[in-house]
Design a protein around this ligand. Structure first.
Ligand SMILES: Nc1ncnc2c1ncn2[C@@H]1O[C@H](COP(=O)(O)OP(=O)(O)OP(=O)(O)O)[C@@H](O)[C@H]1O
Length: 234
């Protein structure tokens, strides 16, 4: 039997006493990508942050690559193969682009050279400091830095948010190559469903902390009315 890369069962999590996620079941197979969708406040960030280990875990299992990681501290999860890019990006402002990339790198196929191939802009800016970058460059740096952790699973929290349309297209092209051509497993939170669904294999929609849709991205693209219904404010 093939075991899933990530298998979440009956997960209940939140912040302190507050329970935001209730009985979430979710599976990501190796080499598959998942779009995580839902209205504002549905719990998308809370779910990704729970996989990264920075929320309060109340109940349920998080199996990752054969281990139960639910009780591990965040810094213990990265070595297991979780590459997390939070919404805030957390670029080191007083390190150069290249130092940002190499500071946390782990051995594996994603080298500095390959990161620069994926994001040529970063190579041009490699001697710039983290705080001298545009929002788009910062996001590219955050994704490239996560790749250089050589993770088994990438967690991207709204990578397109606040970026100019031309940068959105550039980043989407890179993400497409990362998940489609390179076969990287990923969970990508996105508000703009129609932008991200063409890249991803599966989709999960959250509503008030529970899963309201789980299926293929293509099925949602093929059924705009359903997609609209799942994401519109009721
Ligand atoms: N630090 C926190 N402490 C307490 N409650 C929080 C905290 N962060 C978020 N919440 C609550 O958890 C719920 C889910 O928020 P979350 O950020 O996960 O949603 P989201 O789907 O990512 O929304 P958005 O698209 O707005 O980022 C919301 O009701 C929010 O108010």
């Amino acid at each position: 039997m093939m075991t899933a890369l990530l298998h979440i069962e009956k997960l209940v999590a939140g912040y302190g006493e507050a329970r935001v996620l209730s009985h979430i079941d979710l599976t990501v197979e190796a080499g598959r990508s998942l779009a995580l969708l839902g209205r504002n406040g549905a719990g998308k960030t809370t779910l990704v942050d729970t996989i990264a280990g920075v929320t309060t875990h109340h109940a349920g299992a998080i199996h990752f690559d054969g281990c139960d990681i639910a009780r591990l501290r965040p810094e213990q999860r990265a070595p297991h193969g979780i590459g997390w890019v939070p919404q805030e990006r957390n670029i080191f402002p007083s390190l150069t682009v290249e130092e940002n990339l190499t500071a946390t790198a782990r051995p594996g196929p994603w080298s500095l050279e390959r990161a620069y191939q994926m994001f040529p802009r970063l190579k041009e800016r490699r001697r710039n400091m983290g705080n001298q970058l545009s929002g788009g460059e910062q996001q590219m740096l955050a994704v490239a830095r996560a790749l250089m952790l050589n993770p088994k699973l990438l967690l991207l929290d709204e990578p397109l948010e606040g970026l100019a349309p031309i940068i959105v297209d550039e980043l989407l092209a890179a993400l497409r190559r990362i998940v489609r051509d390179e076969g990287m497993s990923a969970i990508i939170i996105e508000q703009k469903a129609r932008k991200i669904l063409p890249l991803t294999d599966e989709a999960v929609v959250l509503d008030r902390g529970a899963v309201s849709y789980q299926g293929t991205s293509q099925a949602l693209l093929d059924d705009p009315e359903r997609l609209e219904g799942l994401l519109s404010v009721s």
